[in-house]
Design a binder for this molecule. Structure first.
Ligand SMILES: [Zn+2]
Ligand SMILES: [Zn+2]
Ligand SMILES: [Zn+2]
Length: 142
């Protein structure tokens, strides 16, 4: 097992052999210099926590100390979970959850004010590293 240390940006545990923090996308100083995957002449400053692309300050967005690439800047993240599906139809939401379960992707359903009846909606979250496979699964069934 590799040794663990604490990320100086988000305080989550990371292995000492990592070049970046998977929780927040912070690139460690000891990491070799890498270039942005969009502009190759720019030095990257972090990693998108959704797709793990390396990005420079121009191609990224930081929210709650977490780094996202331009493509994933609008992905809603709560703690270690990312939103993959949202609907006012609970049946739809349960269906999506069951598709994810069937594909071995752990999913969490959050009900947003269902009791109030008005404007209720439900959201399906998956662990951040499962975001891309989960999206792909949901696109296939849609
Ligand atoms: Zn971190
Ligand atoms: Zn990304
Ligand atoms: Zn860039």
């Amino acid at each position: 097992m590799p040794d663990l240390t604490t990320c100086s940006n988000c305080s989550e545990e990371v292995t000492t052999d990592s070049d970046f923090c998977p929780h927040c996308g912070y690139l460690f100083k000891e990491a070799p210099v890498v270039h942005c995957e969009r502009d190759f002449n720019q030095e990257a400053s972090g990693v998108c926590i959704i797709c793990q692309k390396v990005v420079c300050p121009r191609c990224r967005e930081v929210r709650n100390h977490r780094l996202f690439c331009i493509e994933h800047k609008d992905v809603l993240v709560q703690e270690n979970w990312a939103l993959v599906f949202e609907s006012r139809d609970v049946v739809d939401v349960e269906l999506m959850k069951s598709y994810l379960d069937a594909n071995g992707i752990q999913a969490l359903v959050q009900n947003m004010g269902m009791r109030a009846r008005s404007r209720g909606s439900a959201r399906v979250f998956v662990p951040i590293p499962e975001y891309l496979p989960a999206k792909k699964t949901l696109e296939e069934v849609a």
